[in-house]
Design a protein around this ligand. Structure first.
Ligand code: HPA
Length: 273
């Protein structure tokens, strides 16, 4: 379904009625990284299912709640549980959270995800700043009748992942003695993991990591001028890199293992945003 401006305004007004501050930073946390949401102070928690027109998450490991409050002194809104194309939504549905955040006054967006490491020099547990993405397949979230309030029909993607935020993330990491990678996130729709041949092709095309999220959110944010920071946790080596199958348990477990470090990094970044 294509959301009208009024549909999205209704979702945003429902949220605004429940808070007495304006969130400036939005966080969308990927699989197993959502413990950060529990660290938000004075939280106002809203179930997706209670928000008019909002989508409902179908992924088991995702919570399906918006948490609003303060983190490192900043007003934040955090989406614990995101929406993916593989769940059965149309690309056009996936604009929803970002456009609602925009209507709340959010200017900065932090996206995290778990991804498969395509770059053979990467290790499981590494965190990669997304420098840019590649999405060659399928549709766009902002296809269809353009709603001018959310930006122009055609728009630039040459610094969709804000260079200043990438620098900020590097400074934050060095402050807490953490090493970060920086590379290209390659979007695949899923839900099947890729074949080894696909991963070889992705590597040749310039992908360092592969995943099934984030890119639709970045595209929607770029259109309305929101600044984006994307961080990928390497939860597994991509198909064919090791002589073993990829399992969902592996993806979840690595997320949990690196979670404390990841949370420390994101908090440090937020305090400087
Ligand atoms: N491929 C696609 N998405 C993923 C992967 C992967 O290997 N790991 C975590 N999300």
């Amino acid at each position: 379904m294509a959301y009208s401006y009024d549909d999205l305004k209704k979702s945003a007004d429902y949220i605004l009625d429940r808070i007495d501050f304006k969130p400036k930073i939005a966080l969308i946390l990927g699989s197993s990284l959502d413990r950060l949401a529990e660290e938000i102070e004075d939280p106002v928690v809203i179930d997706y299912k209670d928000i008019p027109n909002y989508l409902i998450t179908t992924v088991q490991s995702h919570a399906g709640k918006l948490i609003l409050g303060q983190l490192n002194g900043k007003n934040v809104i955090c989406m614990s549980g995101r929406f993916h194309y593989y769940e059965g939504y149309d690309f056009e549905d996936l604009v929803l959270p970002i456009r609602v955040f925009y209507l709340l006054g959010v200017k900065s967006l932090i996206l995290t995800n778990a991804a498969g490491a395509v770059n053979k020099s990467y290790k499981v547990g590494d965190i990669m700043i997304i420098k840019d993405h590649i999405k060659l397949q399928a549709g766009s979230p902002v296809r269809g009748k353009n709603i001018e309030e959310f930006g122009p029909r055609f728009f630039d993607m040459s610094s969709a992942y804000e260079p200043e935020y990438r620098d900020l993330a590097k400074r934050a990491a060095s402050k807490i003695s953490m090493e970060l990678r920086e590379g290209i996130y390659f979007y695949c729709t899923g839900p099947q993991f890729e074949t080894p041949a696909e991963i070889n092709a992705i590597r040749i095309l310039g992908g360092d990591a592969v995943g099934m999220s984030t890119v639709t959110e970045t595209i929607t944010a770029a259109q309305c001028g929101m600044r984006v920071l994307g961080l990928s946790l390497m939860s597994n080596m991509a198909a064919g890199v090791l002589d073993q199958p990829i399992t969902t348990d592996e993806v979840r477990e690595s997320g949990k293992k690196s979670s404390a470090q990841f949370r420390a990094l994101v908090r440090e970044i937020i305090s400087e945003m």
